[in-house]
Design a protein around this ligand. Structure first.
Ligand code: PLP
Length: 440
């Protein structure tokens, strides 16, 4: 393949750089449900890019909005200045989010959203006269991006290894909720595991002191660590324990936000109201980088409205917070989600998707299939002494056959754009089934 660019100078994130550069998988265009690979092949996108293209690729309404905004106001500073985009977007998010989640702070990524939420939690307790509340509680097998805060509260040992010893100090982790012995091949929420939330009270609060804990951050459904659906009653218990002890509850909805579970946000699906949500990915349909933290009114009131007048209330923010292009992309994405009823569509398709993905049960080395909304995890038995190789080979084979899936360890994750149709679900799972059957 002749290219007019060199692969060598790019340091590719979360990738085996040398392997990739020897056998690259390059995408050059996209439309709706498909990518076009550099050799011209059409690739069915079974993973919404990287969990973000919820309305499908290169949708003309979003493209036009970005184009128009770039020509009209390319950049506007947001410190002590303003422009319409972020105000409009914050108002739209306030309408869409439940309860008193009313105030949006914009970032440029999910990682920045996670770190921003953690800082806001600390600032909230300080503003209310409880500055000793500094412990931040995450969960094992959680992913909150790669900045220092998110890496610290995240629960993936390999992501912390190179930085060990210099991450946030006052951090502890809940146990994860993944349990194949009790929950293998569950459709929707598993029945077993709500009691795992109790460790917050019985160990973590007991150990660090109820008066010292600032916040608990969890993904309502853990996505990138392998699609871990919360057990029935689990999030409710976390909420109750947080309420009892004055602890803020943060839901990282970077993946679950914007319709992935068949409702706008996972907090609505599970009927549990957090104090803050982290958003990114689907917020702009992946078209322009953007993240957000949306906080409850009580948090905004404590930090902003209760602060002395005429001063800056929170020393935090980014040059590109609320960037005009990102806001234009987000507003156009919200239009499209609404106009095409994409969240409802995801809910309608979910039972069909569930049946089709569970047809993979019984194929070689499949030890679990789990699903909720338009997301599924297929877990494979690791090869002895060679974990991750099995799933990665399946990923490569699917790509050769024209389907993009995502793997994490030996777990395959499917999270197609919400515009997928039944034939495309059959194609996605059919190609995956063939690859599973053909395993070496
Ligand atoms: N939080 C969650 C739950 C995520 O899944 C991700 C990315 O996958 C992030 C945060 C980080 O987002 P970003 O890669 O935009 O920094």
């Amino acid at each position: 393949m002749s290219r007019d660019y060199d692969l060598e100078p790019l340091w590719i994130p979360f990738t085996s750089n040398r392997d990739f550069k020897m056998a690259p998988r390059l995408l050059v265009a996209a439309q709706d449900m498909h990518y076009i690979a550099e050799d011209g092949r059409k690739i069915l996108d079974g993973t919404s890019g990287l969990w973000c293209i919820n309305a499908g690729h290169c949708r003309p309404h979003i493209v036009a909005a970005i184009r128009q905004q770039a020509a009209e106001l390319d950049f506007g500073p947001i410190f002590q200045m303003g422009h319409p985009g972020p105000f409009r977007l914050a108002a739209r998010l306030r309408e869409l989010l439940p309860g008193d989640l009313e105030y949006s702070f914009f970032t440029n990524s999910g990682s920045e959203a996670a770190d921003t939420a953690l800082k806001i939690a600390l600032a909230y307790h300080q503003a209310r006269g409880e500055p000793q509340r500094q412990w931040l509680i995450g969960r094992k097998r959680a992913y909150h991006g790669t900045n220092f805060g998110g890496t610290s509260v995240g629960g993936i040992a390999i992501n912390s290894k190179a930085y060990a010893g210099n991450l946030l100090l006052k951090v502890d982790h809940l146990p994860d909720t993944h349990d194949l012995e009790h929950n293998a091949f569950t459709r929707g929420q598993p029945q077993w595991g709500a009691q795992l939330a109790d460790e917050l009270e019985t160990r973590i609060i007991a150990q660090h002191g109820t008066q010292n804990i600032a916040a608990v951050i969890v993904e309502p459904m853990a996505g990138s660590t392998g699609v871990l659906v919360p057990p029935v009653g689990y999030l409710e218990r976390l909420r109750a324990i947080c309420d009892k002890h004055g602890i803020l509850l943060i839901f990282d909805e970077v993946i679950t936000g914007f319709g992935r579970l068949g409702v706008p946000f996972a907090c609505q699906k599970f009927g549990v109201q957090p104090d803050m949500v982290c958003l990114a990915k689907g917020l702009t349909n992946g078209a322009v980088p953007m993240g957000a933290v949306v906080t409850s009114k009580k948090i905004y009131d404590a930090i902003v409205n209760a602060a002395p007048e005429h001063g800056i209330e929170l020393f935090h923010g980014y040059t590109y917070s609320g960037h005009p292009l990102a806001c234009a992309a987000a507003l156009a994405s919200l239009d499209l989600f609404e106009k095409e009823g994409l969240f409802e569509r995801a809910a309608e398709l979910a039972p069909y998707f569930e049946d089709v993905v569970h047809s993979l049960r019984g194929l070689p080395h499949v030890i679990d299939v789990r699903n909720i909304g338009l997301v599924a995890g297929i877990e494979l038995e690791p090869r002895p002494g060679a974990t991750v190789t099995r799933a990665f080979e399946i990923f490569q084979r699917c790509f050769e056959k024209g389907v993009l899936i995502r793997v994490t360890g030996d777990i395959i994750a499917l999270s197609p754009p919400l515009i997928i149709n039944k034939n495309q679900i059959n194609e996605l799972v059919g190609v995956l089934a063939d690859a599973l059957r053909d395993q070496a």
